[in-house]
Each structure stands twice: as C-alpha cells, then as structure tokens.
Design a protein around this ligand. Structure first.
Ligand SMILES: NC(=O)c1ccc[n+]([C@@H]2O[C@H](COP(=O)([O-])OP(=O)(O)OC[C@H]3O[C@@H](n4cnc5c(N)ncnc54)[C@H](O)[C@@H]3O)[C@@H](O)[C@H]2O)c1
Length: 434
C-alpha cells in the first residue's frame, strides 16, 4: 500500500514521536488531539512532554509542512489511534470477593468514533493503544463498521503494540522489532507496509488478538518479575541479607534474570496492563493478580522502612528525591514515589520533594521544592526514591556540607554505601538489614 497522508489520534508520549517520525520520512501527517492546550503548544513550535530530541524533530516536521495539528481528524490513507487506556479510578470489578481494576476504554471509543465520518474504502486503521484482548475485534471494528464499510473487506484494521522506552523513544521507534496483528492477513500486510516507512527492526505479522496479548504479556512478565524481586527484598531484610548482592549472584545463573526491587511499580504501562488480563479472565489470573497486589503494597513497605530508620515519622522533615515513576523521565503517572510522599505525610511527616524534571510545576498534595538545596536544607533525612542520573552523581561530601542531618534512606540501590558512610551518613537501604 502507498501512504501519502496519515492521521494520528493522540499526541502524547507515543503519538507525537510517531507523528513527527512519519513526517520526517516525507509522509503528510495530521496530528489530532482533543486537548486544545496541546494543539496550541505544538502550533507555537513547543512540546508538552519531556523526551530527548523530540522538540527538534517536532519543530523540523512542523517547519517542513509535513506535520500539521488539529483537534479533529480529516480524510487520510491511514489512521493511527494512540490515545490513553488507563484504568477507571472509581469503578472496580469483583471476583471471589477480590476487587480488580477495570480498563477505561473511553478514549479509544471516542477516537474510533471520530474516524468514522472520514473512513474510505481501502483505508488502514491501526490501534496502538494498549488494550484488553479482543479490543480490536470486539470494540473498534463494530464502531468503524458504522461507516457502512466492512472491516477487513472494505478497509484494513490492525493492532500494533508500542514497546518504546521513554527517554529513548525516537531511537527505539525506528530500531525495535514491531508486531502487527491484522484482523485479516491483508490488514497485517497493510500495517507492515505502513510501518516499513521508518521501522528498521523486524516487522512481524500476526493476528490482532495475538498482537494484543503479546503487549500485555511483555508488561505482565515484568510486573510479576518485579513483584518477586520486591518479595525477595522483604525476605532479605528479614534474614539479614543484602538483596542487591543476592540478586546479582543469582543472576550469574545462565537462565536466571531477576529484576530490581524498588519503591513500587508505576507508569502508564507495567502497573496498568496486567489488570487488563485480570479483568478479561479473573478466574485464570491468580498469579498476575497477586503480583499487582505485591507491587501496589510496596510504597507502604517503604514507609515502614523509613519509620524504622527514623524511629518514628511524626513531625520528621524528610527530603524526598525523585517523584517520577522511573529514572530520567518527567512522567509521574501512577508513580509509587508520589504515593510514598502522600503516605509519609499521612503518617505525620513533613516532606519536601525535589523532582528535577518537574521544576516549577504544581503537584497536588506534594510540597515541591524549587531546588535540591531547598529540599534538603533543614531535613532530618534524605529519601532516595528514583535513580535519576543527577541523584546518582551527587557527592556525599557536598551534601554533608549543606545539611546537619546524617540519615539517608536509599530505596533504589542508587548510592555507594561506603562513600556515604565515609562522609558521616547512616544509610538504610531497601532489602538490606545488616
Ligand atoms: N508512554 C509509553 O511509554 C507507552 C509505551 C507503550 C504503549 N503505550 C500505550 O500507548 C497509548 C498512549 O499512551 P501515551 O503515553 O502516549 O498517552 P498520553 O496520555 O501521553 O497521550 C495520549 C494523548 O491522547 C489524547 N487523547 C485522548 N483522547 C483522545 C481522542 N479521543 N482523540 C484524540 N486524542 C485523544 C490525550 O489528550 C493525550 O494527549 C496507551 O494505551 C499506552 O498504554 C504507552
């Protein structure tokens, strides 16, 4: 298939890099977002998210005239849906007395509905949003069929999961292998034609439901693996072992790869996607369910660790370093670090947080400092919650000259114990009681 014009719905972490990359490869791209603020920001040549290299790519795409933005779709050869699929905040499912979270598919529904008036014979529609199994066939296809055209016969429909790493999105978009699941083999082939415009990694064609499951399996595998690492951390603490050393030794086994424990699992993907399996088949997913529960409980475990380190939390002044859900990104969605801060405050601690990727921002329920120095001055303890490079590179002697307190709590194995001890600090680490 030949693609002259593409319409991409949703200009966030996935849609915006995808749109600007297609445009950089000479395709005419219309980027659509329902958020007017995002459209205005892009029209000014600015971007609303932090992702290395993205501003330059977007600006070049806008200047070249290959990329335009709007709050509604228009006719195109292909439509790509990259809208959010979070879980409902106040709606839960229940199985055997246990509650589970439910996918909020309203954005996918609205985006598919918005395409209907513009859909033409021979078009291709791709769903990229992470979705419960069978979404492409059971939710998206019937909506698109309201156009009077039949999915798979009159137009192509496929699911293609995105597995880019925030911080590396522009590179991984091009280099990663990509799975395309069509509702027919012809739809998969059309999807492969589209992405071959810029993808250098392998493009593998399959059916839509397999592709949906692949994405959920990847993230669920990681969630379960992190849950076991978090349980290992709790066990190591109980038995007086250093979990970081133990994991590194276990990983010398040629067929073992244990991930790292930490303050919990966050972000838009790993902490969300496993619920899509649980929701779809609660009777088949006790392990996936338990892993979600273990990881969701980890911020509470961290708060108990801080309590133990400081003797109590009441009126303690704590400098929390990092709020993002992972290192070197500005993304706070579902972040366990933010939850740790809230829980500490609920227990009577006074927390000042420093998040270098959110300087000057306002975050509900968080006392955000204007600088690292502002956060740590007058604090009773420093709590490291995210392995931002900037934090890992801090010099203990430097910090020692700025504050009186000497208590450090490291939840991410970010700091060299000896260096901090040499500078006079007492260091408490997640997964270590020695
Ligand atoms: N961020 C990641 O690293 C990542 C990785 C893999 C998969 N995903 C999946 O990709 C999808 C998008 O994620 P994201 O991180 O880009 O989300 P995001 O929140 O950064 O961006 C989504 C954008 O879609 C817009 N939007 C919402 N409804 C819309 C509609 N009906 N029409 C047009 N625009 C609409 C929102 O305003 C927002 O700007 C999700 O399903 C997510 O799970 C994300």
């Amino acid at each position: 298939m030949n693609f002259k014009k593409i319409c991409i719905l949703g200009l966030g972490y996935i849609g915006l890099p995808t749109a600007s990359t297609f445009a950089a490869h000479g395709v005419q791209v219309l980027g659509v977002d329902v958020n007017e603020r995002i459209i205005e920001t892009l029209r000014r040549g600015e971007i609303h998210i932090h992702e290395p290299g993205l501003r330059d790519t977007v600006r070049a795409a806008l200047t070249s005239g290959h990329f335009t933005v709007s709050n509604q779709p228009d006719g195109a050869d292909a439509f790509v849906i990259a809208v959010p699929t979070p879980f409902h905040q106040n709606k839960f499912g229940k199985f055997n007395g246990q509650e589970f979270k439910l996918a909020d598919m309203r954005a996918v529904t609205t985006a598919a509905e918005a395409i209907v008036p513009f859909l033409r014979k021979g078009n291709l529609v791709i769903l990229e949003s992470t979705s419960p199994p069978r979404t492409t066939i059971d939710l998206v296809a019937p909506i698109l069929a309201r156009s009077g055209l039949q999915p798979g016969r009159d137009f192509h429909l496929a699911y293609s999961p995105e597995r880019v790493l925030p911080g590396q999105i522009l590179r991984e978009l091009i280099e990663n292998a990509r799975v395309i699941g069509g509702i027919t083999p012809q739809s998969a082939k059309a999807g492969a034609d589209l992405y071959s415009i810029f993808v250098k990694g392998e493009i593998i064609q399959t059916d839509a439901t397999t592709a949906e499951m692949v994405k959920l399996m990847e993230n669920t595998y990681r969630d379960v693996n992190i849950a076991i690492a978090n349980e290992f951390a709790r066990l190591a603490d109980k038995f007086g072992v250093d979990v970081w050393e133990a994991i590194s030794l276990a990983n010398h086994h040629p067929r073992v790869k244990i991930l790292s424990p930490g303050p919990g699992v966050g972000g838009h993907c790993i902490s969300v996607d496993p619920w899509f399996f649980v929701e779809s088949a609660p009777e088949l997913t006790p392990l996936i369910y338990s892993s979600r529960k273990v990881n969701d409980a980890q911020p509470h475990y961290v708060v108990r660790l801080v309590d133990r380190a400081l003797g109590s939390l009441k009126d303690k002044r704590i400098a929390a370093l990092g709020l993002a859900y992972k290192p070197d990104v500005d993304d706070l969605r579902e972040s366990p670090a933010v939850e740790v801060v809230h829980l500490l405050q609920e227990q009577g601690a006074h927390v000042k947080a420093w998040e270098p990727f959110k300087a000057g921002a306002t975050i509900e329920g968080v006392n955000l400092s204007s600088s690292l120095d502002d956060a740590i001055k007058d604090s009773d303890a420093i709590l490291l919650l995210v392995r931002h490079t900037e934090f890992i590179n801090l010099k203990p002697t430097d910090i020692a000259s700025k504050i009186r307190a000497r208590a450090i709590i490291d939840t991410v194995n970010g700091w060299n114990v000896k260096e901090w001890q040499d500078a006079g600090f007492t260091i408490t680490r997640l997964g270590v009681r020695k």
